[in-house]
Each structure stands twice: as structure tokens, then as C-alpha cells.
Write a protein that binds this ligand. Structure first.
Ligand code: HEM
Length: 106
């Protein structure tokens, strides 16, 4: 689980109170991953390739840079679904305007 300095997050344990649930987080969809940065429960990784590298490192399986490139390309291109993009509201529930991504950040 990627850590963010200064933030402690025990994941599901904070909901169930069970120590065996420490560090458990919901597995999210990889559809339209290109558009859903920053990644992981704490937004600690901003690049799609770095997030996938993190998962491969955690898997314990050996992989090459070419494997990483192919998996990243597959998720980027084949799991891109422009018919089902997330819709950003103009305002958050408090009424504040939604922040705009800086130009070139996508
Ligand atoms: C090649 C295999 C895998 C790839 C490419 C992959 C990729 C990813 C990516 C990109 C994320 C971040 C998604 C986001 O935040 O929007 C993620 C999160 C996650 N993955 Fe994987 N994953 C792989 C295998 C696995 C396996 C085998 C497991 C479980 C046994 C797993 C469990 C999770 C969980 C629980 C999260 C959410 C963690 C968090 O939010 O902190 N993944 N995965």
C-alpha cells in the first residue's frame, strides 16, 4: 500500500474495527485509468505507468520494462471507454466550484 507522509490510513479496519482488515482497500476499476489520476486510495502516485509498476513490484512476479510498457499500453488503449467517461460536476456538494486541471496535465 503506497504511503503518504504524515497520513495514517488503516483501510477497511477503520470501518470494521477488525485488525485483520488493516491495509485492505477496495480494488478499483482499471477502465479509463488514463483519466482517473492520482492513483490509489491516497492519490500518492500520479503517473499511470508508475502505478502499474507499483502493482507489479508488489505481485512478486518477475517482469521486464517491455512487460510494463505492454501492460500500460493495454490498459491505456484497450480499457479506454469514451462512451462512459466520468462526469465532473460544476460544483462540489458544499457549493464550491470544481477545480480545473491545469492545461497540459492530462
Ligand atoms: C498486472 C496486474 C495488476 C495491475 C496492472 C494492477 C494495476 C492497478 C492500478 C493501476 C491500481 C490503481 C488504481 C487507481 O487508484 O485508480 C491498482 C490498485 C489496486 N490493486 Fe492492482 N493491479 C494488478 C494486480 C493486482 C492484484 C493481483 C491485486 C490483489 C491481489 C490487486 C489489488 C489492488 C488493490 C486492492 C488496489 C487498490 C489499492 C489502493 O487504493 O490503495 N492488484 N491496481
Amino acid at each position: 500500500m503506497p504511503e503518504t507522509e504524515g497520513i495514517v490510513d488503516y483501510g477497511r479496519e477503520e470501518v470494521t474495527g477488525r485488525p485483520e482488515d488493516r491495509g485492505k482497500f477496495r480494488t478499483v476499476s482499471l477502465r479509463n485509468l488514463w483519466a482517473s489520476e492520482p492513483y490509489f486510495h491516497n492519490g500518492s502516485i500520479t503517473s499511470m505507468e508508475a502505478a502499474i509498476r507499483h502493482e507489479l513490484d508488489q505481485s512478486g512476479m518477475p517482469y521486464t520494462d517491455e512487460d510494463l510498457r505492454l501492460i500500460t499500453t493495454f490498459i491505456d488503449k484497450s480499457l479506454r471507454d469514451i462512451t462512459n467517461l466520468a462526469v465532473r460536476p460544476a460544483k462540489v456538494p458544499s457549493g464550491l466550484e470544481m477545480p480545473i486541471d491545469p492545461p497540459g496535465s492530462r
